[in-house]
Design a protein around this ligand. Structure first.
Ligand code: NAD
Length: 267
């Protein structure tokens, strides 16, 4: 009988044969740490929707309001711990000679879980950027003692070093993620609604280039019909089961994934 999680032996074997594994994560991967996603009721803060606050226009109009929201989110993350999904992804990194993690998250929880091969597509809430000189500064203190914070070098307003709605992605992070999606043998897409572009197009690039693409999400998304398998459920449960199975299969095959991979199998 097939397991309820959808983590079948065939799927595990297929993933374990990938030489190059990519993982793309979104806000859903941090949901079980208590960090709210943007969509749905829990994404509201003082009756403001994230889409209204995470914009340059909102910041220009009321930097104090926007920084107060970031200060709140930074405190939520400070009080949170990486969850089993973050841990499983960090474990997977050790099993593959070529592994990359692309995250849309800005919370730093992957790094805290031990992931190192990391591309942060949307920046980090733990850094700030000078609005005058574009210099980037670490901003670890939480809660902030000054809102809005000012540049330690020139005194200008700092902004969070994140990508807001309507802004382009940092070119180097986007190019790197596109390169990863184009060349991976398999991709896991975990906890993303797959509606925020251009990140949402990365699984489609991977699929187009012949990769085996598996989605992990409690709900179907716009890419569900296009990927090889959708594992319906919470990232914590599914990623633990998947990583344990895949790492066992990799180990059984001699410790690392093989040099060649066939894309003919399907889940
Ligand atoms: P989203 O809020 O649009 O979607 C979250 C997705 O996670 C949904 O598809 C939902 O079904 C799924 N989900 C919810 N609980 C889950 C769980 N336990 N396990 C697995 N999946 C679960 O998030 P998004 O698509 O990543 O895009 C919104 C943007 O907001 C991102 O670009 C990101 O930069 C930003 N964001 C970041 C954080 C963070 O850093 N933790 C939090 C909220 C939003």
């Amino acid at each position: 009988m097939e397991p309820a999680s959808g983590v079948t032996r065939r799927l595990v074997e297929r993933l374990s044969k990938a030489k190059t594994l990519a993982v793309l994560t979104g806000a859903g991967v941090s949901q079980e740490s208590g960090v709210p996603t943007f969509r749905g009721e829990e994404g509201l803060w003082r009756q403001h929707r994230a889409e209204e606050l995470a914009t340059w226009q909102a910041f220009e109009t009321d930097p104090k309001l926007v920084w107060s929201w970031y200060d709140y989110r930074r405190q939520v993350v400070s009080d949170s711990e990486p969850n089993p999904a973050h841990a499983a992804i960090a474990e997977l990194e050790k099993g593959y000679p070529h592994f990359s993690l692309i995250t849309q998250n800005t919370d730093g929880l992957h790094e805290r879980a031990g992931s190192t091969a990391l591309v942060e597509l949307h920046g980090s809430i733990w850094r700030a950027r000078c609005t005058a000189e574009q210099t980037v500064h670490d901003l670890p203190e939480s809660p902030l003692t000054q809102i809005p914070p000012l540049c330690p070098d020139c005194g200008s307003l700092l902004r969070p070093d994140v990508v807001w709605y309507g802004e382009p992605l940092p070119m180097d992070a986007y190019e790197r993620s596109h390169e990863i999606a184009s060349s991976c043998d398999a991709m896991l897409v975990v906890g993303t609604s797959a509606v925020v572009h251009p990140a949402a197009s990365l699984p489609l690039v991977a699929k187009h280039m012949g990769a085996f693409v598996v989605e992990v999400n409690p709900a179907y998304t716009p890419i569900s019909a296009l990927v090889d398998a959708t594992l319906l459920g919470k990232a914590g449960d599914i990623m633990q089961e998947l990583a344990a199975g895949v790492l066992e299969a990799v180990e059984a095959a001699g410790g690392t994934a093989p040099d060649t991979v066939s894309n003919s199998a399907s889940a």
